[in-house]
Ligand binder design. Structure first.
Ligand SMILES: *[C@@H]1O[C@H](CO)[C@@H](O)[C@H](O)[C@H]1NC(C)=O
Ligand SMILES: *[C@@H]1O[C@H](CO)[C@@H](O)[C@H](O)[C@H]1NC(C)=O
Ligand SMILES: *[C@@H]1O[C@H](CO)[C@@H](O)[C@H](O)[C@H]1NC(C)=O
Ligand SMILES: *[C@@H]1O[C@H](CO)[C@@H](O)[C@H](O)[C@H]1NC(C)=O
Length: 616
């Protein structure tokens, strides 16, 4: 890693900040009472239905998961003294959204995780109705501080901070929430029901800065707040970013990327060698999009590059089940790492009829959350298959027009038995099975080669967005150049399968358009599960006649990285027959143009310690 490029001098600020930090004496005066309502759907009758004694079939083997119950946004990822921390929105009581706390796990390698007690949970007037998402900032003296959204008894959303109670505990098990919270209370012109998810703060021009998601009617807004001492925050007059007709912005993430190379850089970095990225999560569609642009730290203005769509059709970090993502700078390894929530969608009613036993209903109050941890180890549930995606290293593509991500290299430590295929030609309608690995839990890297681009079908711009094309032209619909790719989690008779595949088109301007699809529609035939066809275009040069694909298959997750991580798609699937040893993996081609599996390497993947036990 190139250490010289991640330099960023904060020492001048350090002393002032450290001093202010020690003076934790200021108590905000007054109690704010403003009626407002939370937006999250609440199922009071279900949120405390504890889960006991149910099937493990769709549990993942190496994706981050809690032992049971509901999980949503990853929160406050950070590295502190060589230990990675991941907090996440968690319901310790049940498998639907509710009773949200900041659950806490630690790891030395981003792969094996150990659960600690929840770090932050409702206990004070400024968060008594919820401890929602937020981020960690490492202060110049090395101490972490968490900014998070708390809801008071009237469900007003406000920004609070928490600090470790014992800096000598390497696991930072206990966190305290000083009484001078909240740090940021919504002023009258801010929507107090949509004011949340503070980002990691950065330091520039003598100020700490953080961005917070919001809305005004249907306009998405990212507000920026500034502080000299991390304690007294003022809103910058202009919205940091705002876009009409997007709906609420959640989980804004704002960070620099280096113009060249794959290294990451500290969140406070500015200057000639960086571009900036603003990502928002769209509450209404549960999609995210980002722009790359220019940040002026003096004026605190962010201007997205004009060529990029700034709205619903914008670039996405992942075109599948992926939401509420958050990055952090891994200072030890000089890389920026992305976490996302692989959400799923099944009806709440379905969830309670499937696999639950041992109903335990309580009304909402401030629990003794620590007593829940032992209970959490007792059982697994079938439908508590919410998880986080594999942490990904992220950087700016060499053309500067999009981000690229790739599973952290540590995940490769789980690779077991390996098989390879080389130079296997697949004519129209042919497939080849990849035998000798655990196909339900595998890591697959493949390079497809094609010599003849002439059979690429004509592209019609009226077809609409990528996912719509994937829904119309399935893996079985014959094409010219493609569809070709992988059939994952397949039964031997192809009754169930989740194909991940490319199709190459030719547009009127003679340019090639490459589509990557991940189609869950035949992944199982159970009831009314959410099984969409996802798709994204791939911006890559194919003049050398090659396309690569990596797919991490993990029982109920199919997480794919097209063209070296330029287009990523995560699908959640629930096969009934293609499970464990009954799952198969194939490479296939349903295009008329022959393609060659130039090289395919596949590995069985071992289980990681996923919060179930173990030590770090
Ligand atoms: C404020 O946010 C709430 C929750 O998202 C929404 O229902 C309401 O319409 C918003 N009000 C305005 C004025 O934007
Ligand atoms: C998950 O995301 C999809 C869109 O990708 C959305 O339709 C669905 O409502 C989301 N489910 C949950 C539980 O957030
Ligand atoms: C699903 O499988 C059926 C039966 O094999 C097939 O007719 C259909 O085309 C498949 N759909 C997709 C989207 O692959
Ligand atoms: C989900 O519930 C619907 C009825 O609401 C039912 O038809 C369907 O089979 C259920 N799905 C599963 C997987 O249990």
């Amino acid at each position: 890693m190139d250490g010289s490029r991640r330099s960023l001098g904060l020492p001048a600020a350090a002393a002032a900040v450290a001093l202010a930090w020690c003076l934790l004496v200021m108590v905000l005066s007054g109690v704010f009472i403003v009626p407002a309502s939370a937006t999250h759907e609440i199922f009071p009758e279900l949120q405390c239905v504890s889960v006991l004694n149910v099937k493990k079939v769709h549990r993942t083997g190496f994706h981050f998961q809690p032992p049971k119950h509901w999980i949503n946004d990853p929160n406050g990822p950070m590295v502190y003294k060589g230990i990675y921390h991941l907090f996440y929105q968690y319901n310790p009581k049940g498998a639907v959204w509710g009773n949200i706390v900041w659950a806490h796990s630690v790891s030395r390698d981003l792969v094996n995780w150990k659960t600690l007690e929840p770090a932050i949970y409702p206990s004070k007037p400024f968060d008594i109705r919820g401890c929602w998402s937020g981020s960690a900032t490492i202060l110049p003296d090395g101490r972490p501080v968490i900014l998070y959204t708390g809801l008071d008894k009237d469900a007003v959303q406000m920004q609070n901070y928490a600090i470790p109670s014992d800096m000598n505990d390497p696991y930072l098990r206990r966190w305290s929430k000083p009484d001078d919270n909240p740090l940021i209370y919504p002023s009258k012109d801010v929507n107090a029901s949509a004011f949340r998810d503070p980002s990691t703060a950065w330091f520039s021009g003598g100020h700490w800065k953080t961005v917070i998601g919001s809305r005004h009617h249907h306009r998405g807004i990212v507000y920026m707040y500034r502080s000299k001492d991390f304690k007294h925050w003022n809103r910058v007059k202009h919205p940091f970013h705002t876009v009409p007709n997007t709906g609420n912005f959640e989980c804004p993430d704002f960070f620099p990327v280096l113009k060249a190379g794959q290294n990451g850089i500290d969140t406070s970095a500015v200057g000639e060698n960086v571009r900036h990225v603003l990502k928002v999560s769209l509450d209404e569609t549960r999609y995210e999009y980002y722009t790359i642009g220019t940040y002026n730290p003096d004026k605190d203005k962010y201007v997205p590059d004009g060529s990029l769509e700034d709205g619903w059709g914008g670039l996405r970090l992942d075109y599948g089940n992926f939401y509420a993502s958050k990055t952090f700078y891994d200072s030890g390894k000089g890389r920026r790492i992305l976490w996302g929530w692989a959400n799923e969608s099944d009806s709440q009613a379905n969830d309670t009829t499937k696999g639950w036993a041992g109903v335990q209903v309580r009304t909402w109050k401030s629990y003794d959350f620590f007593s829940q941890v032992d209970d959490a180890f007792l059982s697994y549930c079938r439908r508590c298959t919410f998880c986080q995606t594999i942490p990904r290293t992220m950087w700016l593509d060499s053309g500067g027009k999009q981000l690229v991500h790739w599973p952290v290299q540590e995940i490769e430590t789980l690779r077991g038995n390996k098989v390879e295929l080389q130079n296997v030609e697949l004519k129209r309608g042919e497939h080849v099975e990849v035998k000798g690995i655990t196909a339900a839990q595998a890591d697959v890297e493949v390079v497809f080669a094609f010599s003849d681009l002439s059979r690429a079908e004509h592209f019609d711009p009226r077809w609409g967005p990528a996912h719509r094309i994937c829904a119309q032209k399935s893996a079985n619909s014959p094409g010219g150049l493609g569809p070709f790719g992988l059939m994952t989690l397949a039964t031997v008779d192809f009754h169930e399968y989740t194909p991940v595949f490319f199709r190459i088109f030719k547009a009127d301007n003679n340019k090639h358009i490459i589509l990557l699809c991940s189609d869950a529609r035949n992944s199982s035939h159970a009831g009314d599960l959410y099984k969409p066809a996802f798709g994204g275009f791939v911006n890559v040069d194919i003049s050398h006649g090659k396309l690569s694909l990596r797919t991490l298959i993990d029982n109920s997750v199919v997480e794919s990285f097209g063209a070296g991580g330029r287009t990523c798609i995560t699908s959640r699937v629930y096969p009934e027959k293609a499970t464990y040893d009954n799952a198969r993996l194939f490479a296939f081609n349903h295009g008329s143009s022959p393609i060659t599996v130039e090289k395919l390497s596949a590995w069985s993947m071992k289980n990681a310690d996923r919060n179930i036990g173990g030590t770090i």
